[in-house]
Design a protein around this ligand. Structure first.
Ligand code: ADP
Length: 423
């Protein structure tokens, strides 16, 4: 194909030149004949080039040319056609994606590397009350909330953030951030106001019922205690003893439920106050030591002050130590405070029988207890570790459980650097 083009192109030059030369030769002027032939060939090329030049400016019907110019124009036209087809395919695809994003009930915001909004869908407009001119604004200016700002700046994007947001109306939003491309982010915003309302109703119901049960239980347990001190027939004595045990269990269950409800509904925007962690740890250890038969050891590398809620951390340490004492056999129990980078690691270890791997991830679920014969002899509500988990969330910490069957257990958490200061 290309060879044919070159041949035609050569012929286009050779024919006028040859004819000019032949005519000049026969007239006795070969040189002027050659010049005329060459000029004619050149004029023909120029005409083709002029056509090409004009076409390149107007892009109308392509110039008709059987030589190199025509062939090149043909190639350009075909390439342009392919490009147009691809572009329109891409445009259709982009339109489909945009329609998909538009049809979502969740708000979608695309943010550039510096946090400025480059695009958002209509659900975002509805949820956050955005306007067209908000494109180009910083996302922190539009989602004004200290919790969102903290999450956006230092957050762990592997988890979603739930926070209260006041815009057109009070809402509870759930935000998930995903990074893509070079430092770009997509924010997925979901309205969970209704879910939160139902959750709050559930929490309030449990808290109310628990509060209502507290007084009658105290009265019943008081009378049962009185009965235990009295001289009763042996059969009745056994029944009273059992009732008293179950009554105490119910009371501790009710207390745990109240504590859990309190922690769940606490305002998580508060950061608490500074207090000495060594003082707190030794007071919890002393308290446990007063009734535990196991030796309890406290090791503390260095005293630091912790920013948080002292009573919540007291509950955490007390629950972990009580578990270590309850389930950890007769071996030593250790409460250890050590540095973890700039933060503080607090761990409670025991030398008990350990926990099988399949239970470990479920231990912080409410009422989850390892189904084992040991539990029948050890009282517990199954709420202790759920309380620990919630209290630690208020301190930006997570419970880590390291345990193997026959090798004891270590329950630990790390308080982040912003909650720890040297005394
Ligand atoms: P409970 O009131 O039953 O102690 P928790 O939520 O504190 O409830 O603990 C849940 C379960 O985790 C316990 O029932 C027990 O089976 C297991 N567990 C907790 N701590 C330990 C430990 N140190 N060693 C072995 N098992 C433990």
């Amino acid at each position: 194909m290309q060879q044919g083009i070159w041949q035609r192109e050569l012929l286009r030059v050779a024919v006028p030149v040859g004819l000019g030369l032949a005519a000049g030769w026969s007239a006795g002027y070969p040189l002027p004949g050659l010049v005329v032939g060459m000029t004619a060939a050149h004029v023909m090329s120029l005409r083709a080039m002029a056509n090409l030049y004009r076409w390149s400016h107007r892009f109308g019907p392509p110039p008709q040319d059987s030589g190199l110019v025509g062939y090149s124009v043909d190639r350009i036209v075909r390439r342009e056609k392919n490009l147009r087809t691809k572009l329109s395919q891409q445009a259709r695809q982009l339109k489909r994606y945009n329609e998909g994003i538009e049809s979502l009930h969740d708000g979608v915001l695309v943010i550039d590397a510096d946090g400025y909004i480059t695009n958002f869908n209509s659900a975002a407009t509805r949820l956050l009350g955005l306007r067209e001119e908000d494109q180009g604004q910083h996302v922190k200016n539009l989602l004004r909330s200290p919790r969102f700002t903290k999450f956006f700046d230092h957050g762990d994007y592997s988890k979603a953030l739930q926070f209260d947001f006041q815009n057109i109306r009070p809402q509870t939003l759930m935000v998930q951030i995903t990074q893509f491309g070079v430092d770009q982010k997509v924010l997925l915003v979901r309205d969970v106001t209704e879910r939160k309302r139902v959750e709050t109703m559930r929490q309030n119901f449990i808290a109310d019922v628990s509060h209502e049960l507290r007084t009658p239980l105290t009265v019943i347990n008081g009378y049962l205690e009185m009965l235990q001190d009295m001289e009763l027939p042996a059969s009745l004595n056994k029944a009273v003893h059992q009732m008293s045990g179950q009554g105490e269990r119910m009371q501790s269950l009710v207390n745990d439920l109240i504590e859990l409800s309190r922690l769940e509904s606490a305002n998580s925007d508060n950061t608490g106050e500074y207090f000495s962690i060594r003082r707190l740890a030794s007071s919890v250890v002393d308290q446990l030591q007063s009734y535990a038969s196991n030796p309890v050891k406290l090791s503390c590398e260095q005293d630091v002050e912790v920013l948080g809620f002292e009573e919540e951390l007291r509950t955490v340490l007390s629950n972990l130590l009580t578990n270590a004492y309850k389930y950890g056999g007769d071996g030593e129990v250790e409460l250890r405070l050590s540095s973890a980078g700039q933060g503080l690691r607090i761990s409670v270890s025991d030398q008990g029988p350990g926990i099988a791997p399949e239970h470990i991830n479920r231990l912080t679920e409410r009422f989850y207890r390892v189904d084992d014969s040991r539990e029948s002899t050890v009282g517990g509500s199954g709420l202790g570790l759920a309380i620990v988990k919630h209290a630690l969330e208020h301190h930006d910490a997570q419970l880590e459980i390291d345990s193997r069957l026959g090798q004891g257990s270590t329950f630990s958490f790390v308080l982040p650097p912003e909650r720890v200061r040297l005394q």
